[in-house]
Design a protein around this ligand. Structure first.
Ligand code: MN
Ligand code: MN
Length: 358
């Protein structure tokens, strides 16, 4: 490009040139994903004009009513990514079981997991939505894909990314060498590298949590939020702002840009589920990106990417953002588990005098 702008195509090919044994398959896969993202962005931008608002037929496997755009976006990713010879199989939040690449097409060595439309409740409000993806190596390339092939911890991801369909369409991704952000230039139909090597700022004054769930929070989360809300006069010695966009991808991009912490913690409502967000389609890819940008991601009890998945649609608590904050919240969980913490409900609990000196 004459002005030195770097397209996603050039970026992925240059990345592959750094690895002497690369086959070109990986840049092909990333470009197929980018094409799917452009198609979804186009559908999202048209909104009600293409009649894709409102409710589709039926519920997805999580019992949520599927919006038509969820279904369309799922189909888009399957169709754009199945034919290139990169993938053995795909799994998505919108499909009960995984999707083996049809035998008539050539199968590759990677597995793709994705949330085709994250935050789809925001669609009819014309607020930001996105797509999230995670790429694993198939443990048995060439063999018939099996469910167990997908059940790898997040540390095994070779690539993760998300698209944000906001005022501009962005693609943010990591292949394990930092995090790079691209903006869709609609005039030329290409993603341009606009945010190289994103880093989560270490200093933060913002936290994001759905406070309507406060009565269901566990003590360590109540403690953290209480301390933030006490502001300058409290144990943290500074004022905090709250943010809640109810869109995981938008929250993630905000944290990558401005720092802060996001919490969707374990709560006491549904004891059959550990958390709310999906490990394979949401928590793991976001955790990989955030860690690669110098931040942290935890369930409160362990590093997200260390969780050993038991099922495709498993849910986990998710706390991520500026590293110091995530470590602090994890330490509150550890202290609570060891009984070192005092119950917030005890009238003598004085967080200021207890924790100010630390
Ligand atoms: Mn989602
Ligand atoms: Mn979704």
């Amino acid at each position: 490009m004459h002005d030195g702008r770097k397209t996603l195509t050039r970026y992925t090919i240059e990345q592959e040139h750094r690895h002497p044994h690369a086959t070109g398959k990986f840049s092909g896969l990333l470009n197929a994903i980018a094409t799917a993202v452009k198609v979804i962005a186009n559908q999202v931008n048209k909104g009600a004009l293409v009649g894709s608002l409102g409710q589709g037929e039926g519920e997805n496997v999580h019992g949520e009513v599927q919006k038509k755009l969820d279904v369309l976006s799922n189909e888009t990713v399957l169709r754009e990514c199945e034919w290139g010879g990169h993938l053995a199989a795909m799994a998505s939040e919108e499909m009960e079981s995984f999707y083996p690449v049809p035998e008539r097409l050539s199968r590759g060595k990677y597995l793709l997991l994705f949330d085709p439309l994250d935050g789809s409740g925001n669609i009819e409000l014309n607020l930001a939505v996105g797509s999230i993806f995670s790429i694993l190596r198939s443990p048995s390339p060439g063999a018939e894909p099996r469910l167990e092939d997908f059940l790898q911890p997040g540390t095994e991801q070779v690539c993760a990314g998300f698209a944000l369909y906001g005022p501009a369409t962005m693609l943010v991704l990591t292949t394990g060498h930092g995090v790079d952000g691209f903006t869709l230039d609609r005039d030329i139909g290409a993603f341009i590298l606009t945010h190289p090597q994103l880093r989560v700022p270490e200093e933060t004054q913002e936290f994001a949590i759905n406070s309507s769930n406060e009565r269901f929070w566990e003590t360590p989360v109540k403690r953290y939020v209480t301390e933030c809300l006490e502001g300058k006069a409290g144990p943290r010695g500074k004022d905090f702002n709250t943010r809640w966009i109810a869109s995981l991808v938008a929250e993630t991009f905000r944290i990558l840009t401005r720092g802060g912490v996001f919490l969707y913690p374990k709560d006491t409502r549904d004891t059959t589920q550990q958390g709310r967000l999906r490990l394979m389609y949401e928590a793991n890819p976001i955790a990989f990106i955030i860690e690669q940008a110098g931040g942290g991601a935890s369930t409160g009890r362990e590093r997200v990417m260390d969780v050993r998945p038991e099922s495709l649609h498993q849910r986990v608590p998710l706390i991520f953002g500026s590293k110091d904050e995530v470590e602090r919240i994890a330490s509150y969980h550890a202290e609570y588990a060891q009984g070192k913490d005092l119950e917030l409900s005890q009238p003598l609990f004085k967080p200021r005098s207890l924790f100010r000196t630390q």
